[in-house]
Design a protein around this ligand. Structure first.
Ligand code: F0G
Length: 473
């Protein structure tokens, strides 16, 4: 394959720099903006004839690309088996494919969610389950990309601040590459499953007595003093990997484009990464149009939502608090990129309550799919967007489920044992919500090890379910 070169462009002042010239905090020295990776073909406009620029001639035409990507699925090469590097023609960021660090990430399923669709009031709903990645979250698609760059540039140490998933992914990929990794996480505010992963994969795990935003500040200081490669999502190579689920999704849909994609919003990088993926496919003639992308935040961690509804469109950081700890972020680094993608693709931003998140998570679980709380904001947000008339029943919607249900099993156990909410919170629930929760809750039942006792309990349970659930025709 002919490897195209790439550059970095500031998303605020548009200054372009060579790929090796970024400062250690990946901020533009002129305006403090964030970078995006640009390629010789990035200037192509949708509808331009490919080959109309010399650089574009390096890329195969759309049907050849589709064929090539499909063909690689049957290969035994690690880079071909990766659901990220299979699309490497659109992310030529490493010079030596032999040195790519991969755990065969990507290749995640698209599930239909018929009961969730009904609950939301639409006809067609799919979930792209990014929790089915090697470390259980969407972060793997970005980490394979950025960590491969770090390894090729000879870094010995990599680091990130994280609410848990980035750190799990970074620790795993660093271990694969034989690099040392340092994780900064907010003490007591991340799910145990995620904390255990970074220890399991051998990272130096530092719990700071602050929140995620405080961890980011400390790390930004450190990377300017020591040769540590920063792997937070301000690193533009992360987003190159995270754009590939957009390619994979439309490939799985036989190159049909859904009307609407719904993404959870935390540090606000993933929404723009997926948006970049769709925009590039459109530019290159792989898809005829782009979907809307809407971002959903938790009410207690909602700076983008506040920006979205503010007539002056001012971004004000908040002190974040939500049980969906993955998105417990008050000062999101990539908010401008997310804001751009909402406006460019015509989506919305919504916020959802803790109660709505819990209900949506249980509904996704009850479809046999499951996800972590931060991912469930997508279904909760979809319901709101449908109720507001922003999404119509016939529109085809895809939820991005970002993390696996086992990431935060304590949340699930607390929910089903009815120990998640305080008395004061429960007092606010409507009778309809209470009934929904009661129908979804499946607490474990402790019984004497006696067959008669077990049988009696089963009978009463079956009678109860018969009266609560209509029997299938
Ligand atoms: N969903 C999950 C499960 C996450 O872990 C995150 C972010 C998001 C959604 C939000 O994505 O930040 O791109 O808007 N987790 C980061 C972490 C912050 O450190 O693991 P975003």
């Amino acid at each position: 394959m002919k490897v195209a070169s790439h550059q970095l462009r500031c998303t605020e002042c548009a200054a372009v720099i060579a790929k090796d010239d970024a400062s250690s905090n990946f901020r533009c020295p002129l305006c403090n903006g964030l970078y995006e990776v640009v390629y010789p073909w990035s200037a192509i406009k949708p509808g331009d004839k490919l080959g109309s620029t010399n650089a574009a001639a390096n890329l195969p035409n759309p049907s050849a690309l589709r064929w090539l990507w499909q063909e690689r699925r049957t290969s035994t090469m690690a880079v071909d088996q990766s659901g990220v590097w299979r699309f490497r023609d659109l992310l030529p960021i490493v010079d030596d494919l032999e040195k790519v660090v991969t755990l065969r990430e990507g290749n995640t399923p698209l599930y239909d969610l018929p009961r969730c669709a009904k609950a939301a009031g639409i006809d067609w709903l799919l979930a792209k389950h990014q929790g089915m990645n090697p470390t259980g979250s969407f972060k793997d698609t970005g980490m394979t990309a950025a960590l491969s760059v770090a390894a090729q540039r000879g870094f010995e140490w990599v680091a990130c601040a994280s609410t848990g998933n980035t750190s799990a992914a970074m620790a795993a990929y660093a271990a694969r590459a034989g690099l040392r990794s340092i994780v900064f996480i907010p003490e007591g505010k991340i799910a145990w499953g995620k904390l255990s992963q970074s220890m399991d994969y051998g990272a130096l795990t530092i719990q700071l007595k602050t929140d995620f935003d405080g961890c980011v500040n400390i790390l930004n200081d450190l990377v300017q003093r020591f040769p540590i490669y920063l792997l937070n999502s301000v690193n533009p190579y992360r987003l190159e990997g995270q754009k590939t689920p957009a390619f994979e999704m439309v490939e799985q849909l036989d190159w049909q484009v859904p009307e609407h994609i719904i993404v959870p919003g935390g540090n606000l990088a993933n929404s723009s990464a997926l948006g970049k993926g769709f925009c590039e496919m459109h530019q290159l003639g792989l898809i005829p149009r782009r979907p809307k992308i809407s971002i959903i935040q938790a009410e207690g961690a909602n700076p983008l939502y506040r920006w979205f509804i503010d007539s002056n469109r001012v971004m004000k950081p908040v002190t974040a608090d939500t049980r969906a700890t993955a998105i417990r972020i008050g000062n999101p680094a990539s908010w401008r990129k997310a804001a751009y993608i909402i406006d460019e693709l015509g989506g919305w931003c919504e916020q959802v309550s803790e109660q709505e998140i819990a209900l949506a998570k249980a509904e996704i679980g009850a479809e046999g799919v499951g996800c972590e709380p931060a991912s469930a904001v997508t279904l909760a947000g979809l319901k709101k967007l449908v109720a507001l008339g922003k999404i119509t029943p016939e529109e085809r919607v895809v939820l991005i489920l970002t993390g696996h249900t086992l990431k935060d099993s304590q949340y699930t156990i607390d929910y089903h044992r009815d120990e998640l909410f305080t008395e004061a919170e429960r007092a606010q629930f409507t009778p309809a919500d209470q009934a929904h929760h009661a129908a979804l809750r499946k607490p474990p039942i402790v019984l004497e090890a006696n067959p008669d006792v077990v049988l009696r309990t089963l009978e009463s349970h079956m009678n109860e379910s018969r009266s609560n659930h209509p029997q299938p025709a």
